[in-house]
Unconditional design. Sequence first.
Length: 631
Amino acid sequence: MKKWLYGGCLISSLFMLLILRYGVLKNPIGERYLTVSVALNGTNPLKWINPGVPPAVLNPESASHVISFDTVSYSLFSLRNLSNEEQWSLQTWNHLKQLIDHTQGLPNAAEAVKEAAGVWNSLMTSVEEPTQGYTNGSARGKQCPHFLNKMNATELDNSSYKLRAPCGLTQGSSITVIGVPNGLLGNFRIELTGEPLPGEPDPPIILHYNVRLHGDKITEDPVIVQNTWTVAHDWGEEERCPSPTPEKLKKVDELDQCNKIVGRNDSQLSTTGLSSNKSRRFPREQPKIQKYFPFKQGYPFVATVRVGSEGIQMTVDGKHITSFAYRETLEPWLVSEVRVSGDLKLISALASGLPTSEDSEHIIDLETLKSAPISLKSPLDLFIGVFSTANNFKRRMAVRRTWMQYNAVRSGVAAVRFFVGLHKSQLVNEELWNEARTYGDIQLMPFVDYYSLITWKTLAICIFGTEVVSAKFVMKTDDDAFVRVDEVLASLSRIKVTHGLLYGLINSDSRPHRNTDSKWYISPEEWHEDKYPPWAHGPGYVVSHDIAKAVYRKYREGHLKMFKLEDVAMGIWIADMKKDDLKVQYVTEQRVYNEGCKDGYVVAHYQGPREMLCLWQKLQQGRRPQCCGGR
């Protein structure tokens, strides 16, 4: 018996040694891996990897692709032959190498880092080798047109018409389609699609707008179906108009998901334009009950898809019909093409309000728009980090022409930088790179700019405000917020708090949304407590130097909890610091308006470029801070 036990133990030990040896050969000690889950029918997402980079390991049990940290690091953080001027846009870049260790808790974080490696390599290739297509300045032509149109598109090519939007869409962009439903059924589709993934024949669909004039398997009445599609998740949840559950409909940008008139009974005469001298012996035809629907076979329509702040709106013949809220990682900046297909005589299609950059060679006041130079570790009273998306060219220019012209900013008392993630479009990244070189006020982020990852930008702002410069206070704001820099500085001077400060519109009684239908849904796994710690609304809040410094330290130590609501995340981080005996003072500033503008504002949110210029003009004319427009 003892011999059997001894032999069994010996065999087991040898077997374990073989397994360990195999594991060491396959996974060298010290190398970390990044797991990216993909659909079982997805293609290999690693085709972007450069030759010579260590290959990934496939785990057949979980059907996940595992990418080594070294692979991602090689692609994103290898040394580049860049000028000092170009390196100014990468001052927080290397500080963010550990982002790969902070993907937990942020949706699509791993994918965003992986995708960034591919587009970054493409951009650097074009920058380092101009013969590949990138040249500085306007000589390369306007890559991001403001307006696109196709007139007299009377026939669809193979039942499909495509209109390219090479630099995506942004808030205020619109697509107008004029056509006549025809054919056997009159059904047609309008789709906004993104760039196809490498190796995938079909691109993601950001909006699928499907008009079914004769109904479908669910209803015999006309219906509009809206949805999304991706390789990883297939079709999403349908949104129907009219809805079978109208009581569950929500609002998007304060507009109904489905206009209540759609599908409502409408009494109309079946014959119109009857002659008034018809014989009275023929009785009038009785009204025929019909249901209102914005499209009708054989009748022309003008339909406009407009990009809002929360979703996409559709109007038909000037009347709002549907709204569609953006879904995770399917945001308007991703749109690269408009597709129209089905039983439709297409008369014209046009796109307007597209994101486009300004030609720096034709800007008269270019020198005054460039950021004031700052040296490393420059002492500042205030550093302001601005969240922006790559193709928000107009918003950044509006900020440069308005509140970035405050004397405090121009003199170096305060500094402003835009924090921008990479775009999936090569054209947008090239435009962004040229803009960064021209104005010197953009900080590029080593990830693709999904909305769910904005917390990483908050971290980057804290890094810049403490490690690149040394600011007494660090502020976060958005590119659609107007900041009265002079009043922020004056307020910070009046309250005389230099340590442990969170200043802004403080929310001390906020709870996570547990309704899965909510845009702000937070699962118990993401935040298990019933209440959030105090936090300040995102359009404009300020932290003291010590808090910003502690954020970076906790990130380096791996103790920084990532949370997809960035302003709440800052509140969570500060609450954790209180456990370390940091004395925190929450100072509420009621003049930070997070949902628009009110006279006397310190920060006004949701201000477009026109409102920005109007607000600045009023201040320059010596008036008190007064709002412009309707909000």
